[in-house]
Design a protein around this ligand. Structure first.
Ligand code: SAM
Ligand code: SF4
Ligand code: SF4
Length: 339
């Protein structure tokens, strides 16, 4: 039976993002810099990760609050073995209508795309921050080419995965020159391109305010070449602001976590690969759901504790990030909870 749960700011719990691994085949400098995530880094081992059965059990409980959408992320979700099996298990949970992925797409071969489609994937968000190899390789830091990502996107589309979006994080001094090439690549292609303001997630990405290129600047750059007009949100709480080319070449989005925070519509919880639940992307601490799953707690007990947790939630970090007590506190790493 579904009963909604509401937090301190009147926000329900509608979508759940699940990180299925802390590993990745890229070392994006703003996410898993090699100095930290190098040879000596200790990744989680298999027994530390939530098992598929544990993830399915939690999804069943979350579905009871009205959660309909699940997104798998990482690290890189495609490096988790047998991901397709997990996708099928989660899609079979009553109430779950949509399972999608956030991926760097470099591992999506034709065969992989077909098996993802068969498992039920219809939507993938692909991260791609530049159209030239020099910039892209400097960002991913493992020599992955732009073509490897474009091939992954093409494979997904030809397998029938129609909902492909491309997300680009723009960072001052790194890839602002990539805005227009990305626009030219995806304009008119049916792929929705979205620009994300560089965020102060985690503790290792060297973020400061001056490294942010605002959505306003990005939209100005684009509209000087290709005039844009705003489009209404698809639903309340949609994170991206939508715009369309007035010549009919499709839609783009901007996600303005820094300059125009959207905490009031944040209905999202995030589950890390070891089963810690975070009620905000910028939280310092999560709640250890894995302990509950492994200590003999019943579904009802877990449900009660989760309800209390959400009811106490008052997170709105993006709205208060520039206030004193927020500065310099430890935050969970992006590769742990997956964006
Ligand atoms: N590996 C997958 C990928 O890259 O799509 C999924 C995980 S990755 C952590 C999810 C998203 O977070 C990517 O689109 C990445 O660009 C974004 N991201 C990582 N660090 C970020 C930051 N500091 N600010 C904004 N976005 C960030
Ligand atoms: Fe890997 Fe994605 Fe992080 Fe890049 S952004 S290092 S692809 S998890
Ligand atoms: Fe949600 Fe936290 Fe982001 Fe605000 S800062 S939108 S509460 S995740």
């Amino acid at each position: 039976m579904e009963t909604q749960v509401i937090d301190q700011m009147g926000r329900g719990l509608r979508d759940l993002r699940i990180s299925v691994t802390d590993r990745c085949n890229f070392r994006c400098t703003y996410c898993m810099p090699k100095e930290v995530f190098g040879a000596g880094y200790r990744y989680l081992n298999r027994t530390e990760l939530l098992s598929f059965e544990e993830i399915e059990r939690l999804v069943r409980i979350f579905a009871g609050y009205g959660v309909r959408k699940i997104r798998f992320t990482g690290g890189e979700p495609l490096v988790r073995r047998d991901l397709e099996q997990l996708i099928r298990m989660v899609l079979s949970v009553p109430g779950i209508e949509d399972v999608s992925l956030t991926s760097n797409a470099s591992l999506i071969t034709q065969e992989r795309a077909a098996s993802l489609y068969e498992a039920g994937i219809r939507r993938i968000n692909v991260s791609l921050d530049a159209m030239d190899d020099q910039t892209f390789m400097a960002i991913n830091d493992v020599g992955a080419s732009v073509q490897s990502v474009l091939d992954g996107i093409a494979a997904a589309q030809s397998a029938g995965i129609a909902g492909v979006k491309v997300n680009a994080v723009i960072k001052q001094g790194v890839n602002e020159h990539a805005i227009l090439p990305l626009v030219e690549q995806f304009r008119g292609s049916g792929v929705i391109l979205r620009f994300i303001e560089f965020m102060d997630v985690g503790n290792h990405n060297g973020w400061d305010k001056s490294s942010v290129i605002s959505s306003r600047e990005i939209l100005k750059t684009i509209s000087e070449q290709h005039p844009l007009e705003p489009v209404d949100a698809n639903y309340h709480g949609e994170v991206a602001q939508r715009w369309q080319y007035i010549d009919g070449a499709g839609e783009i989005g901007v996600i303005s976590s820094i300059t125009q925070p959207f905490c009031g519509g944040c209905h999202r919880a995030r589950l890390s690969a070891i089963g810690q639940l975070f009620t905000c992307l910028f939280a310092s601490e999560g709640t250890d759901l894995r302990a509950w799953l492994r200590d003999g707690s019943t579904d009802d007990q877990i449900d009660q504790r989760l309800r209390q947790l959400w009811q106490r939630r008052d997170d709105r970090y993006s709205e208060i990030r520039f206030t004193e007590p927020m500065a310099n506190r430890q935050k969970v790493e992006m590769s742990y909870i997956g964006g």
